[in-house]
Design a binder for this molecule. Structure first.
Ligand code: 2M8
Length: 419
């Protein structure tokens, strides 16, 4: 019943709105998360565009002087989440975490602006230089060698926290100095659907490392034990750069347009050169410390089309991968290849379907004219929500909802993509 689900989706967004910013879900995630807010803004745009702009504006209140927009903005300390602001120790006036998250914002800002240029012009223009500074920060500090790919310094930065992509590179993270700590996530949801303790130890060790560098972006990029080029980040930023370029052109920002154009060119060649694996026949991550390609297909592998990469060879191979996985999975797109031994259908980013990733894959396919595959992704997303509600993520095997409930970005995806 779409009508009923529309109402439910809007109520979830309204109920998770803590006053100008939206939390992902009550209990488990009580703060403002970066890419969650971007998708949420796109959801609000469908019924309250003014509120959509506010979501992005409050996120940018957490922007650092160096341009970085952090992955969490901590407006008030909430003991129900760990690690909180004191563990991050970023010393920002408005407390935040110390690294970023996938930059979906420029794409969403362009969408909201183009839906009503007159109403959005002033707000889009005010955000433009801030988004430009953020993208510049990514190109400078997450691609210090100008390879045209974007690295993450922490699995949390990628947003795909415990994907098997990180298993190898995370071995380099020393956890011998980790002090005892109490996780909160496993008291809100079933621990079998969350990362392992060994993962958390390493997550915290990287946070300790960042804090010990005073979160200086250049030092972190140079010395962080974990520095892995991520297809998810690379494609999301490439797409966002294209959308930022469109805004630059609309606003007569010629110098910025020139700079952004160069980023786009570099990423178009860099992504294929550094992230394509002939062995896997897909885009994979690359450990930049060891200069080693990873060996599995994730849902991020399918974002190259969304990024506008119109390369016949890689697109044809990805279409074959899509069809192979589509035969195995009841619901697309599993976050990890269901035929790989590391696949776990309910453990977070090691198998489950995430509606936000589907919205990007589906959009890319639609724009590229691959209507049948785009429709399979949309219809599967809709079926999951219709059957299992607005869950954080879903089993690609059974369709069961998992993780947190009444989840903001899933509600948003219903409103702007799946319905
Ligand atoms: C998850 O990540 C957070 C850490 O950032 C966590 O597990 O504590 C991820 O799914 C991430 O992509 C998402 O933005 C966040 C909030 O929904 O939760």
């Amino acid at each position: 019943m779409p009508g009923n689900l529309d109402t439910q989706a809007r109520s979830i967004l309204k109920e998770n709105d803590l006053g100008g910013y939206t939390i992902p879900t009550r209990g488990l995630y009580p703060y403002q998360w970066n890419w969650d807010s971007a998708f949420v803004a796109r959801g609000f745009q469908t019924f309250d565009p003014d509120r959509a702009w506010t979501e992005i504006e409050t996120l940018f209140e957490g922007q650092w002087d160096d341009g970085m927009v952090p992955h969490i903005v901590f407006r008030k300390d909430d003991p129900s989440y760990f690690p909180g602001p004191s563990v991050w120790g970023t010393k920002q006036a408005l407390p935040t975490s110390g690294h970023s998250q996938p930059p979906v914002v420029a794409t969403v800002v362009r969408d909201i602006y183009e839906a009503d240029r007159e109403a959005g012009e002033a707000r889009a223009r005010a955000l433009f230089p801030k988004i430009l500074a953020w993208h510049r920060w990514f190109h400078r500090y997450r691609d210090p060698d100008g390879l045209g790919v974007v690295a993450v310094i922490h699995p949390w930065e990628s947003g795909r926290d415990n994907t098997p992509d990180w298993d190898g590179p995370m071995q380099a993270v020393d956890t011998s100095n980790i002090k005892p700590y109490v996780r909160k996530d496993t008291s809100h949801v079933d621990p079998s659907m969350r990362p392992l303790k060994a993962d958390y130890d390493r997550y915290l060790a990287i946070v300790d490392f960042g804090r010990s560098c005073g979160w200086d972006a250049a030092r972190v990029a140079r010395d962080c034990p974990f520095f892995v080029a991520d297809p998810g980040m690379t494609f999301i930023l490439l797409r966002a750069d294209r959308d930022l370029l469109a805004l630059a052109q609309a606003f007569g920002e010629d110098e910025a347009a020139q700079e952004i154009g160069e980023w786009i060119e570099r990423a178009e060649t860099g992504a294929i050169r550094h992230l394509w694996s002939d062995e896997v026949e897909g885009f994979v991550s690359r450990d930049l410390r060891k200069n080693k390609l990873m060996d599995g297909i994730s849902s991020a592998s399918f974002l190259s089309v969304y990024a506008g990469i119109a390369d016949e060879r890689t697109n044809a191979a990805l279409a074959r991968q899509f069809d192979r996985i589509a035969e195995k999975a009841t619901y697309l797109m599993p976050s990890w290849d269901p035929e790989d031994s590391r696949f776990e259908h309910l453990r977070y980013w090691r198998g489950p379907v995430w509606a936000v990733v589907n919205s990007m894959i589906g959009r890319g396919l639609l724009e590229a004219g691959d209507f049948a595959r785009a429709e399979r992704i949309r219809a599967d997303t809709a079926r999951l929500i219709e059957t299992s509600g607005f869950a954080e993520y879903y089993s690609p095997v059974t369709g069961a909802g998992a993780g947190g409930g009444a989840f903001s970005w899933t509600a948003a995806v219903w409103l702007f993509f799946a319905r």
